[in-house]
Design a protein around this ligand. Sequence first.
Ligand SMILES: [Zn+2]
Length: 263
Amino acid sequence: MARDRLLPEVLGLTATSLDAWRRCPRLYLARYLLGVPASDSGPSPDFGTFVHALLHRIHATGSCADGDHVRDVLESHGADEGVIPTMVARHAARCPSRFATRARHEHELARFHRGAPQFIAAGRLDAIWQLDDVLEVRDYKTGGRATERVADDPRARVQAWIAAPVAERLGVGLRIRYEHLAAEVDDEPDPFEPDADDLAAITEELRAVVGAIRDAGADASGAGFVGVRDAAVCERCDHRSVCPDSAAPGVPTWPEPPEFDDA
Ligand SMILES: [Zn+2]
C-alpha cells in the first residue's frame, strides 16, 4: 500500500468536506489536509447559523407551537422583527414534534466504515424526530431550493448513511427531508426514504470517493490534488488568492490583527 503521509490512516469525512472535494481537489487539500486559512471571505453563513440556533433554542426550552414561548425566545435574541418570525411560523406549521416520541436538535452522529477503505463519516443533523414508523431527519434551509429530490443531493446521501444505523436499531424506516424556511410548504423537494439498496449504493459512492482521495494523496507532495482552474468555481472559492491553480486570484483578505492600546 502506498504510504500517503498527507492522509490519516482512517479518513474522516463530512458532507461539507466531500462537497469541497467534488468542487475542487485542490480546495480539499488546502482546507482539510493542510489547514490553510481562507484567504478570501466567502458568503457569510451567519444568518443561517443564527436561525438554526434559534430553532434549537425554541425546541430545547419549549414548543414551537407555543406562540408566547416562541415570541419570548425571538425577543430575547433580537429576532422578533423582519423575516425570522415568518420562518419560524412556517417551521411550526410543518413540525412533527407533537407526533414524535423523541426529538433531538443539532445532533452529532458518526459512522465508521470497517471495510477497505476505512473511513468515518460524521455530521451534525439539524433535527431528528422519532415518529411511529420512521426516523425523520431534517435539514433546515434558509436559502433557495437547490434540488427537486432530496435523494439527488450528495449532502443528503451522507446524512442518510450516517443516520441509517440509528433507524435500524429502532426498527423504523428513515426519511431525510429538507425544510425550506423561506418557501411555502407545497414547494418542498421530495423527501428521501432510502431502502437497503439505496444505502448500499451510498456505501459504494463513499468508498469510491475515499478511494479517489487516497489515490490523490499517494503522492505526499500533494501534487495529486489538482485544482479545477475554472473561473466559475474559483471566483467563489475562499482560497482563490493563495491557490497556485486559481483561475480567479485576487488580493488575500486575511483577518486584521487586533489593535492594542498603548496603555
Ligand atoms: Zn418545531
